[in-house]
Design a protein around this ligand. Sequence first.
Ligand SMILES: [Zn+2]
Length: 154
Amino acid sequence: MSEHKVIACPVCGLPLLASGKNWRCDNGHSYDEARQGYLNLLVAQHKKSKAPGDTMDMVDARQRLLDSQLYRPISDSLNQWILDWAMNKEAQPDNPLQIADVGCGEGYYTQRLQQMLEDYQQPHNLYGADISKDAVKRAAKRSPAIDWLVATGG
Ligand SMILES: [Zn+2]
């Protein structure tokens, strides 16, 4: 993870700043990146169960389906729509596009979006967030160029 990130502390809402693999806000709330390459921002009071969201079995099933490319036309349409939007923004490396895929699941659409933005040389910070830790673990394997977050969208 690098500069120009806009991740808010899930407890107090202040910006989180990275120092190596540790992220903290000015109020001292602190979050460590997992070795698999994601940041867990789910705090206890937001969880309704110990492991909210999709289980690994559900993640596996969805990943098999998506990797069959059955839904690729949806991904392509989505990417085209975002590209049209991005081209109008004229993003620069010091003022990149900030895009969050909230409910990213195992990251199929997010990874294809990141690849498209890279192909078209659109400076970007892309965040993939999901409440399921198992899903985000899988997603983090798809691309290290995306900031993967276990988090709620709110
Ligand atoms: Zn905080």
